[in-house]
Structures are given as C-alpha cells and as structure tokens.
Design a protein around this ligand. Structure first.
Ligand SMILES: [Zn+2]
Length: 267
C-alpha cells in the first residue's frame, strides 16, 4: 500500500489494469482507515474496472467475430443497391425501408462489414421522424422502433447476433440474395418478364453472366455441396459432368457451389 492515496482514485492505476486490480478485500482494513467507507469507494472503483474490462472484451469479440465472414467490396455496392431497390424495398413498409437503409449505410456501405451494433434509443432519434406530428422534435416511439426491427427480422433482412449489451444489439444486415422473401419476390418478377425467363436448354450458362445468375437463382444461392448461403458475389459454378468427360455449359449440367467446395473438388 506504499504511496497509495488515502482516497482511492476512481481511475485505474497503471499497474492495476486488468485482473490484478481485484485484490482481496481484507487488505483494506490493514491501515486502520474507515473500513466501510473505503470498501464502498473501492467497490465503485472495481465496478468501474469491471465495466471497462467488459467494454474491452466486447470490442475484441466484435472485431474477431466477423473475421470468418467475407465482407463486401466497394465494387459490389452498386449492384447490391440495385437489388435492394428491386427486390427488397417493394416488400417493406416505409418505416421498414428507412430503417433498413439506415442499418445498411452504417454496416455494408460503411466498410463492407455486415455486422453493426445499434440501440433502440439511438435509432429512435437517428432514422426518421414520426409521421403523426409536424413537430420537429417528435421522434417515433420506442415501441415503433422495436416493431420495425422485428418486422425486418421476420422478413429476414436483419438477424440478431449474440446477446444484447449496454451499447445495444448486434445485428447482421443481409442483402437480397441472402433473403428468401427477396428471392421469391424476384422469381415472381422475372417470371412476368418473358425475355428474362430461364434460358433455352442449349444456352451457355457458364460464360454468359445473365445465365449464370439463372443457375444461382434456381439453386437459391445455396452451395449444393455444403448448403452454405451464398450471394451472387460469392457463388461459383461447377459442372456436374466435366467438360473433359463430354459435359456442356447447359443449365442442367451446372450447379451452384461455394469457392471452398469448388476448389476442394478440383484438387
Ligand atoms: Zn460449399
């Protein structure tokens, strides 16, 4: 206890960072000070340290968690935005759409990472104003924020990741290729446009980009080998019967697979 100030600072001392700061309580009484006062003060100090450690832990796990994910590149953004307007927005309410765009802007559009943490209170102020009043300060209710997030979850446009913490809830923002409701909406839309219907049996579905997408659509962007959910940016094509064995580039001879399964097969 040499040199320790009589009233402990609430700031952690340099040599006490981390778990080393959580020493036994009994040493407090050793120099005869008012034990209960010291303990209360020390308790606050420790609580502060616990909070700090928790924040550090949270920050670390959030950095580590998306590592296994593939982020999105800036080049893909225009296509993703087109998909959102074409295949997601038509199945959303105006509030849903506003919230989705806000979450998209602060995740994928910001740095390619589909994960972000938001709090209901933060969203209440940041996204839109209530349509029931003209008052500038009139935010939407917290209940409306929750309803909207739940609606986006039900559609599959966002997904909770892990448990909420003091900073809010960690969400994954999904893009239309990953959202079943969007794929269904797109299939209906394409079925009504005959020129975009499934290609003829002799069409080259390997080299023609539009036709490649038809294979992905047929397979719902799911790897036929490991069942992983893919997007048009992560999906690749594989021949059922190899070209060397007389296979062709027809729709029937092609399947959607992920990069890992594709390269594993070629080894
Ligand atoms: Zn796979």
């Amino acid at each position: 206890m040499n040199g320790r100030p009589r009233v402990p600072s609430i700031l952690p001392r340099g040599n006490e960072r981390g778990l080393a700061g959580f020493g036994p309580v009994s040493r407090l009484g050793a120099n005869g000070l008012d034990l209960s006062g010291r303990m209360q003060c020390n308790m606050n100090e420790r609580m502060e340290k616990i909070r700090q450690l928790l924040s550090e832990l949270e920050a670390e796990t959030e950095v580590a968690a998306p590592g296994s994910d593939r982020g999105f590149s800036a080049l893909e953004l225009p296509l993703i935005i087109q998909e959102i307007v074409d295949d997601l927005q038509p199945i959303l309410t105006p509030y849903d759409a506003a919230f989705y765009w806000f979450l998209f802007r602060h995740s994928i559009a910001k740095d390619g990472n589909p994960l972000l943490r938001v709090s209901n209170r933060g969203l209440q102020r940041a996204v839109v104003r209530s349509s029931y009043s003209h008052a500038a300060e009139n935010t939407i209710s917290l209940g409306k924020v929750q309803d909207t997030l739940r609606a986006l979850e039900n559609i599959g446009a966002i997904r909770k990741e892990g448990e909420p913490n003091r900073q809010g809830t960690l969400y994954r923002v999904l893009i239309p290729d990953e959202i079943q409701a969007c794929r269904e909406f797109r299939a209906d839309r394409l079925a009504q446009e005959p020129q975009l219907a499934f290609p003829a049996t002799n069409a080259d579905c390997y080299n023609v980009q539009e036709n490649r997408l038809r294979v992905f659509e047929r397979d719902e962007y799911i790897c036929r080998s490991c069942q992983k959910q893919l997007t048009r940016f992560t999906a690749t094509l594989d021949h059922v019967k190899g070209i060397a064995e007389g296979g062709d580039n027809s729709l029937e001879n092609l399947i959607t697979v992920c990069v890992e399964c594709n390269s594993r097969k070629n080894e």
